[in-house]
Write a protein that binds this ligand. Sequence first.
Ligand SMILES: Nc1nc2c(ncn2[C@@H]2O[C@H](COP(=O)(O)OP(=O)(O)OP(=O)(O)O)[C@@H](O)[C@H]2O)c(=O)[nH]1
Length: 888
Amino acid sequence: MTKIRVHELAKELGMENKVLMDVLKKKEVDVKSHMSTLEDDVVASIRSAYGKKHPAANQETKAEEKQEAPKKKNIVQVFRPQNLKNGSRQGGRPNGQRAQRPGQNQQGQRPTGNQGQNQGQRPAANQGSQNQGQRPAANQGSQNQGQRQTANQNQNQGGQNQQGQRSASGQRNSRPFNNNNNGNRNGQGGGHNDRRPNGDNRNNRFQGNQGGRSDDRRDNRRDNRDNRDNRNRDNRRRDERSSIPAPVVPEQKPSRNKTKDKEKDHKKQERLDDDFVGKSRKGKNQKNQAEIKKPQKQEKKKEETIKQIVIPESLTIQELADKMKVVPSVIVKKLFMQGKMVTVNQEVDYDTAEEIAMEFDVLCEKEEVVDVIEELLKEDEEDESKMVKRPPVVCVMGHVDHGKTSLLDAIRDTNVTDREAGGITQHIGASVVTVNGEKITFLDTPGHEAFTSMRMRGANSTDIAILVVAADDGVMPQTVEAINHAKAAGIEIVVAINKIDKPSANVDRVKQELAEYELIPEDWGGSTIFVPVSAHTKEGIPELMEMLLLTAEMLELKANPNRRARGLVIEAELDKGKGSVATVLVQKGTLRIGDSIAAGSAHGKVRAMMDDKGRRVKEAGPSMPVEILGLNDVPNAGEIFVGCKNEKEARSFSDTFISQNRVKLLDDTKSKMSLDDLFTQIQEGNLKELGIVVKADVQGSVEALKQSLLKLTNDEVVIKIIHGGVGAINESDVILASASNAIIIGFNVRPDATAKEIAEREGVDIRLYRVIYNAIEDVEAAMKGMLDPVFEEKVLGHAEVRQTFKASGVGTIAGAYVQDGVFERSCQVRLVRDGIVVFEGPLASLKRFKDDVKEVKAGYECGFVFENYNDIKEGDQVEAYKMVEVER
Ligand SMILES: Nc1nc2c(ncn2[C@@H]2O[C@H](COP(=O)(O)OP(=O)(O)OP(=O)(O)O)[C@@H](O)[C@H]2O)c(=O)[nH]1
């Protein structure tokens, strides 16, 4: 049987080692220290003298403890201080006692020397710290209870210190590690020793926190560290511990990579720091609280603030993603999930972009495109008081051959009052007539052209339109067109029913027909002025002039002549001798010789001015058309001209115009790639890379094409095969090509219907080949700008000449019978006589009876006239053919 030691007996009896040793000394028992062993008889005598407890009772207790031992393990797992507290309260004390005893017992049973070491270290390590630091008042209470249960009153008398000393063995406090030690002792190997101290630390940590005695804790840790093999890990933990009360179980992953560990631990440290700040210093450190709350606030803010972006009319997915600050692939993916296939380079319009953005909770606003030119041309409202009456600007419009030119001439002839001034009417695109002392400016430009080109920048050139309708012909398609143009431009219409001199003239019919277009004559209760005229007899011309003046009066046409001139360019050309010659219509202000003006890309000083009669003038007021010299360039018709302060201002105006136009031009040239304009694009430096989608019938061909095409890369252009595949050219190929501005080369394959349609819509160039070499050759030729389309003759049909007629002014007409196929109006023909081609050329006309026809099919008779060839004989064979572009 193992002999009992002094301290064990002391503990058993609930007395101090020193007291027991004194007792023993009194009994003349030789003990050197509390570790000295005692003989059984001595123990028995001491027990009988000082204690009631019998070793048997101890044995029982031990047995109990052994049974309950597993429970202690649970306690080890408790990380929360409060839990630990509870554990202490409920079972801490008895456990503590129990824990000591098994330790004691095990000491005796220990087969190895490890325990001795552990024991020796443990008390040293744990005594001070654990006793003092780990036992809070609550625990004391519970301990007392426990002690009472053991009926050892002395313990209570011993007070706190005694208790502390009593537990100097560390057993109570080191309950958890006793368990661990048990494991070790049971032969689980030294490796577990590493864990055990960690376990110790955990306990220490928690308990230490309870007690709040960090010094002790630190001492304890320091001591423990000395006993640890894995110093690094412990150090890390120590770092954590120094600030982190929260439980960490890094030991659970002993095999982690060290570097990773460091990083992870660092991150964990940060997290835990946050936790710590959040949990432990709550209320103490306001700053920290603020720090913790901050992210939450930010999150809230994020939720509340809806992103808003400004996007242009159209943009690519990439650009949209950039604006939305998301990865483009996210958008592509989202759209893909909705069944829409897009690429990052694909352009989408505003509405689509807005829809996409909404999916990401982003609001869109359309970017206001500032037209710099528009801004430059912007004008402030004019002061009405400074305005004076100006002549009306009139244009003549109507259907072909209804007499527009004749009417204008008649008007001019009738109203040229100042012939004496020696003016020979010059064609400057506009003319001024004086009627009853009042001037009317006529524009020569055909009505609708005037509207479209002259309204280029939203400025109307004309005030009144004369709608010429031939009385014998009535309303014709171009009449309707003219009405619509005039209405769209919001200009007044005066109807001139022309050719009333003709017997077939029917004025009422014209009135009736025009009524359908809301042009109701005044005598029918409407408001449109109708004037029956004859350009030939000049009947009604003065009335028409009067009506024009009346209308002008009603329109109250006014302008301020005392300001810098502004107006429209009506015509412009480059004259060999004079340089740039432009006819301008002054609309506001007065243009004078020497004025600096700018008109679109042109600018300069007015060197000379001529009126419509070719007379030199020094100034031109509102509604006056003049030809000017002095511009450095030829401006476009319809361009607004503005008088500038000086030449510098005029130059800067046109410079801005040029640069803006270049931007626009570049935008326009961003059109789809085509082999035909490949060279031009290369030349202009617009193209550095030619993307090609290759589709072929077999993979071998795809590869062959790819390889050959890639070899064509030169200094100027890089060939890039963006996709290669087997099978028909499909929708996705076209979309891909469109998005990447690439061309498609198909070898022995054809595009399907959808692909064809999309290619047409998107302007994707699809080239189909049956010979690989041709494809290569084409791309190469295109890169050199030498790509010519390949045409092939396609025979349409055959006919036989059965009769010939001679017609003056026409030549010989061949009456023929179409034997097979079809004869088309614009086809080429071959005249074959006795097997010899006697003529080959285009068909001048194709008639059936007297009518021109588009085509004549087999089995029908028709009349041919060959262009510049009349030597036609009966029995001649005619072969019709046309050249068609063929795939290479
Ligand atoms: N009898 C008659 N013939 C007229 C009258 N006005 C024009 N014509 C004839 O109609 C034909 C067409 O006249 P244009 O003045 O060339 O007609 P337009 O509308 O200017 O024709 P386009 O310039 O081709 O659009 C000419 O042969 C004129 O001689 C008219 O008042 N009476």
